[in-house]
Write a protein that binds this ligand. Sequence first.
Ligand code: M6R
Length: 576
Amino acid sequence: MCGIVGFISSTEHDSNLVFNGLKNLEYRGYDSWGIVADTDQQLVDQKFLGKITSFPDQIPPSFISLGHTRWATHGGITLDNCHPHFDCHHQVALVHNGIVENYQSLQKDLKNHRILGQTDTEIIAHLIEKYRQKHNLLESVRLTFNQLHGLNAIAVMEHQNNQIIVAKNGSPLVIGLGKNANYLASDINAISNLTDQFIFLEDNWLAQITPQNVQIFDSATFKKIKYTIQKISSSLTDTDLNGYPNYLAKEIHQQFQIIKNINQQNLNQPINQILKLAQKSDQIFFTGCGSSYHAAYFNSLIVSPKINRPVYSFPASEFSPYDNFLTDKSLLVVFSQSGETIDAINLVNFAKNRGVTVASVINSPYSTLHRLADICQILPCGPEKCVLSTKTFTAQLALFLRSIGQDLTDSIFDIQQILKTRYLSKINLLAQKIASYQHIFIIARGNSLPIAHETALKIKEVSYIHAESFSGGELKHGPIALIEPGTPCIIIAPNDSHYDDIISSATEIKARGGWIIGISSKNNSVFDNYLSVSDSGLSTALSITVIAQILAGQLCQIKGYDPDKPRNLAKSVTVK
Ligand code: M6R
C-alpha cells in the first residue's frame, strides 16, 4: 500500500535517492506516485499515474525531498489525489500513509482553502497552513497531527525551512541516520542501502529531522523522548529475479530450498517457546489475514491434537466477537508476511492492553508485529516481493509441522519433482483447459480445508477466475447447487481419515456432470484428471500447496496478466 521515502542532507542530491527508495517499495502495491524537492525559488513536484517507470526529469538536485507511492483509498486515481499534497500557497508539502477518519469534519474548518482533490490527505496540509499563521512548523504539525483520527503517518517539509517533521500513530515510520544526512521511510527496505542505523518511531511520536540531528517528542505532551538507535545490516533485499520471468515463479521455486532448510534447522527456536506457552495458556488463538490466516487455520488444526488443547483460529479482521475472551492467561499467535497488516496490528494492540501474551510468526524483521510481540518467530524466507504469498505460507506451515515432530524429507523430495518441467507441463495442460472457465470450486475436508481456501485465494488473486473453496461436508448443504455439466472442481484428497468421505463428495459432483480434478496420493476412478503427490502424512499439505500456486501462476500467464502485481491488490495491507 502507500509508501513514504524522504531525505534531508547538507549536500545536494538528485531525486534518484528518493526515486530508488520508492522503487524499493513498489512491491507493496500502488497506483500513482510523486516526488517533491525544494529549490531556492520554490517547492518543485512531479506526479505520475501508474507504475514507476522513468526518472522524474523535472525534479532538480536538492537538500531535501519527499516521495510517495499512493494506493487509492479516498478519491480516484488522479494527479490531484496523488501525493505530495500542498497548502494553498505551495509552501508546505506533505506525504501521508493511513486514513484520516475524521477528514470530513476537519474539512469544515477549511472553508477558504483551495482544496484540489478528494483525498483525506490534502486537508492535513491545509490544517498545517492554518496553524502556521501562529506557530512554527514543528508545533503546527503537532497540533494538526493531534487532531487526526485513525492510524496515520505523515512527513512534512516547507519551502526554505531546513527540516522535515514526521509523526505517526499506527502506520509505520523509520528514520535512517546518515553522515550529515538523515532519511525516512515507511519501510526499512526503502532506505536500507543508505545507512545501517535506524530509529523506529513509536505511536504518537513526533520527530524533527535536520541533516545533523533528530529530535523526538511525544505528540500529546511535547515532552522530549529518549530514543534508541538500532544497528541493522542492509542485507534485507534480494531483488534479483535470478533468471525467473517474475517474482511469483522465483518465489514458488525457492520453496524447495526454504523447506529443506527448515527441515535441517535446529528446533531450539521461538516456535518451541510458543508451543510451550500454548500448553500453559487458558485459551490459545491463532490469527492472521488472507494467506496468513489460512496458515493460522492449518497450524491450529495440527497443533491442537499435539498439545491436546483446543486451538481456535479466526481471521484477525473478524476477531471482535471474541475480544472479551482475551485475558492475561491467553496466548495470541499472529501470522503475517509483512508484519504490517493493520487488522492484525489492531488486534495485537487490543490483546496487549488486556494482558494477553502475543507471539508473532512473521517474515519481515523490524516490522511492527516484530516489535509488538512478546515472542517473535522470523520465517527463514527472505523478502517476498510478489503480491501473492507463496514461500511465506509454506514456511509458516513447514515450521509448525517441524515443531510438532514431522519430518519434511518426503515432501521436500515431492516438491522437487513437482517443480520439474515434466510436472509443470502436466499442470500447464490442465491450466489451458481451466482458463476458459469463469468458476472453479475446490473441495476438501479436515486439515486440507485451509489448503483448499488457500488454493482458491491464489487462483482468484492472480487469474481473476471466480474460485471458491468448500468443505466436502458442507457440499450438500448448498454449494452443490452450483455444479453444472463441465464445472471444474479440484478435489484435495490426501491419504488421511477423510479420504473416503471426500471421494464420496467427488462422486456426488460427478453425478451432476462436474469435472473432477483430483490432487491426491491415491488415484481414484472418479478423477477425470489426476495430479499425484506423494503421501507424506500431514506434510502432504506442502506439496498440494505448491501445485495450487503453480496452477494459479499458469492461469495468470495464459490469461496474460501480471503475476507480481495483480489488480487492486497491495502487498502490505496497512489500512482497514
Ligand atoms: O503480510 P500479511 O501476511 O499479514 O498479509 C496478509 C494478507 O494480506 C496476504 O496474505 C494476502 O492475502 C496475500 N495477497 C495472499 O497471497
